[in-house]
Design a protein around this ligand. Structure first.
Ligand SMILES: [Zn+2]
Length: 189
């Protein structure tokens, strides 16, 4: 079952424009956005100790994290939407879609639109799996030190023992990047 653009916009929380029509304008400059895979067990600890959801507060220790990696869980749980499905499968789908976009020579900035169009065409399946995989493009996991986005999803992936997932990073060190002239205060001596 394919979802409509309207449903996709609901999933990602904003209008989804898959066209590069006459009104297309270059996106505002951001320092080198890149999709990357990350080892979930090595992502920062989600700060969820005061989360209203009990399932988000439990199992945040490194010991729990190791145990979860040793006992992967594909079944999902009934406590909440975030735990309700198979993040192993959703992560694999998202990683494969990002790799496909790169293989087609797409800029990383165009990857989300490509992936969401593929999602609409049914590439992510339907239901929970579609929402979960599409969320990794619509609201990508951004973790550098702390979380800018995705800590609840990462917690659910940690609980499921997911090995790798799709994240976005900002690469400001690549001398070939078109953003390289933008100063990075963290690298200033
Ligand atoms: Zn839950």
């Amino acid at each position: 079952m394919a979802v409509t653009l309207h449903e996709l916009a609901d999933l990602v929380g904003r209008p989804v424009d898959l066209e590069r029509g006459g009104g297309y304008a270059a996106r505002p400059a951001e320092p080198g956005l890149r999709y990357a895979t990350a080892l979930v067990a090595l992502l920062p600890r989600p700060t969820l100790d005061a989360d209203p959801m009990t399932c988000m507060r439990r199992g945040l220790t490194w010991l729990a994290r190791v145990g979860q990696q040793l006992r992967p869980d594909n079944a999902g749980r009934s406590c909440c939407w975030l735990h309700a499905g198979d993040w192993h499968q959703a992560s694999r789908l998202a990683i494969a879609m990002a790799a496909e976009a790169r293989g087609r020579g797409l800029d990383d900035y165009d990857t989300a639109a490509y992936a969401l169009a593929q999602a609409e065409a049914g590439a992510f399946g339907a239901g929970w799996q579609l929402e979960a995989a599409a969320s990794l493009f619509g609201e990508p996991v951004r973790a550098a030190g702390g979380y800018m986005a995705g800590r609840h999803r990462v917690k659910a992936m940690l609980d499921a023992g997911v090995r790798r997932t799709l994240v976005v990073r900002w690469d400001q060190r690549d001398p070939g990047s078109r953003w390289h002239e933008r100063p990075d205060p963290s690298r200033r001596r």
